[in-house]
Design a protein around this ligand. Structure first.
Ligand code: FAD
Length: 594
């Protein structure tokens, strides 16, 4: 059976040491968040993840969700777990105190969210979408709506969903058909069909707040004619109590490869009452608040599943006896040596470890910038932080989910045939990890977002929020021999990234297919370079702390940093060459030959 232990030691390192130079403690509201509080929150979430959520992960996968008479039943134990999650105050961890939240930083949320994804992704999805819907309403809804809905969402009594997809409309939201007809009382009546809606119906919460994209009758065609509506499952009375059932119904749930405990619903809107959120025809822009939050969350899903897969593979590789070390028996008294003696198994384990710790550091960095964007008194710093989050969002979503899936796959490889069969629970990690590369904007679309929108934005301003700190870091450490093992490879990768950026910018002016063909490799080049910067900084901290450490923690950090630089980062060279080859080999191929 698989096990999960929250990586608290590494999380404390990330929050207290890796992020020390971010000076989160100096921002308004952070005086109420002393380091001990952060540690206590992480420890409490570790208990929830290890003792409540993880024990339901396997059974939830085996049982799945059931639809009966229009009602979805989540797997046994989910309801009780949700109740305990609510009682612990987790839904309102980072929400504003005026709506009943605890006002903790997003950085802490990022770490707790990883633990939830690692321990039970299906369960976590119900909560993550509520977090996104809360942020969407906070930024775009009227005071009246906020006062009526947010306290209940913060309390976890009501959950949120995001309803974009329709049978004919996936990536291309311009094809959306759901109609919203205005009524004399200012509400709208919505008619249409949504598919693949996560948590669109479930038995965990008292009400479901569906955030629905639809088209008003006079709307311009395409994405410029989309509006956003709040469509509750139960209408809400002015005093906040639940009114009659709204006409939005679950007609089917999907049977799918993974995340079986998460309900994936077809919803039929049959003159459902909806409330316009934000401006008419400007719904997509508003929805991007939720989509961006969801993209970061989905990235964390890759990290979480990568972590739990790594932990199990590492434990298995120490126990399973097969073959002998190439240099002679390490375990002569036993019939064979453990898997961990074999270089190829070690390669896989170190790859997994370098990825997961690298992703954790990157995600915390993004979390810290989210906090700066929300809280910093200096508007210049707020703007820089916003730019950075916008730039990194597609990278976190796509790079992390690709790495998460690769890591889960590597875990299966370490287990061999015992990973492919169900007994050990490893194949579930692989199945669960796969969807994260697809939903919330498939990874190819994230790459296009990075190259097509984020790079050229404001004449490269977003890009500078990343390039400048990396350049500064390298300049400040020039000539420091003890750090050369990380700074030299980082400088090379960074140089490739800069040259690839210039190449794409120049070539795509003449031919947009150049940008489209380069996008995916570029996103990975970007992700690896960002991760290299984070590993360099982690290695530097480890060098400073290692002499007083008896636990081996900092030594392992240094060793993993070295592995990353020597065995993973060189991939940037291949990506760079592929980008520089241009779009010809992709676009010249004749369609009819496929
Ligand atoms: C389990 C599950 C849960 C989901 N939850 C939700 C949810 O809660 N809410 C919701 O609204 N939706 C949800 N979805 C839908 C999901 O977001 C979509 O499946 C996804 O956005 C892709 O749309 P599609 O499946 O129609 O694929 P398509 O749009 O048909 O795309 C197919 C492939 O073509 C590529 N492609 C498409 N257009 C382009 C382009 N212009 N350039 C380059 N490549 C392109 C894509 O990258 C993809 O690889 C969920 C889906 C699943 C399976």
């Amino acid at each position: 059976m698989a096990t999960y232990k929250a990586p608290l030691r590494d999380m404390r390192f990330i929050y207290h040491e890796f992020l020390a130079d971010q000076h989160l403690e100096d921002m308004p509201g952070m005086e109420d968040v002393p380091p001990e509080l952060v540690d206590a929150v992480l420890e409490e979430m570790a208990k929830v993840a290890e003792n409540i959520l993880f024990p339901l992960n396997r059974s939830g996968d085996e049982e799945g969700c059931r639809l009966e008479n229009g009602e979805v039943h989540t797997p046994r134990g989910f309801k009780d777990a949700y109740q305990r999650y609510r009682e612990g105050g987790w839904p309102g961890l980072t929400s504003r105190p005026e709506y009943g939240g605890q006002g903790l930083p997003e950085t802490v949320y990022v770490l707790t969210s990883e633990m939830m994804s690692a321990s039970n992704l299906s369960f976590a999805i119900y909560t993550k979408l509520t977090h996104g819907a809360y942020q969407l309403l906070l930024k775009t809804a009227s005071e009246e709506i906020k006062n009526l809905y947010l306290p209940n969402m913060v309390e976890g009594r009501w959950t949120g969903t995001m309803c974009l997809t329709e049978p004919q409309c996936g990536t291309d939201l311009g094809l959306l058909r759901t109609k919203a007809v205005p009524q004399a009382d200012g509400t709208y009546r919505l008619t249409g069909n949504k598919i693949f809606i996560s948590g669109g119906e479930q038995d965990l919460s008292e009400n479901i707040i569906q955030m629905v994209l639809a088209r008003a009758p006079d709307a311009p065609p395409g994405v410029k004619g989309i509006s956003l509506f709040l469509v509750p499952k139960f209408l809400v009375n002015p005093d906040g109590s639940l009114g009659p059932r709204n006409r939005i119904f679950c007609t089917a749930i999907e049977h799918k490869m993974g995340i079986k405990g998460s309900s994936t619903c077809s919803l039929s809107l049959e003159d459902a009452t909806g409330y316009l959120i934000g401006d008419l025809h400007k719904g997509l822009r508003a929805m991007f608040v939720m989509m961006n939050s969801a993209r970061l969350e989905v990235g964390l899903q890759g990290l979480g599943l990568g972590e739990v897969a790594y932990q199990n593979a590492a434990a298995y590789a120490k126990e399973r006896l097969q073959g002998r070390a190439l240099t002679g028996p390490k375990n002569p008294e036993k019939p064979a040596d453990p898997l961990i003696v074999h270089p190829d198994v070690r390669r896989m384990l170190l790859t997994m470890r370098a990825y997961t710790e690298g992703m954790r550091s990157m995600s915390a960095w993004v979390g810290a910038q989210l906090d700066k964007e929300n809280r910093h008194p200096d508007p210049g710093i707020r703007q820089q932080a916003e730019d950075f989050v916008a730039l990194l969002t597609p990278v976190v979503k796509a790079f992390f989910t690709d790495l998460g899936f690769e890591t889960a796959n590597l875990a299966m490889q370490v287990y061999g045939g015992h990973g492919y069969i169900r007994e050990h629970g490893i194949e579930q990690f692989v199945r669960d990890a796969r969807i994260a590369q697809i939903y919330e904007g498939a990874n190819g679309i994230q790459a296009l977002d990075l190259v097509g929108r984020k790079l050229p934005a404001h004449a490269g301003r977003y890009l500078r929020s990343f390039f400048h700190p990396v350049q500064r870091y390298l300049d400040e450490r020039a000539g420091q021999a003890q750090l050369a093992f990380v700074t030299e490879p980082l400088a090379k990768a960074f140089g490739r990234l800069q040259r690839a950026t210039a190449f794409i910018a120049e070539r795509s002016l003449a031919d947009p297919n150049e940008a489209g063909a380069a996008a995916y490799d570029y996103l990975h080049l970007f992700g690896l370079t960002t991760m290299a910067y984070c590993w360099a900084r982690m290695a530097e901290i480890a060098q400073q702390k290692i002499k007083d450490d008896t636990t081996g923690f900092y030594q392992a950090k240094l060793d993993t940093a070295r592995f990353f630089m020597e065995r993973i980062l060189p991939r940037t060279s291949g990506l760079f060459s592929a980008i520089l080859s241009g779009s010809g080999s992709i676009m010249d191929f004749k369609d009819e030959a496929f």
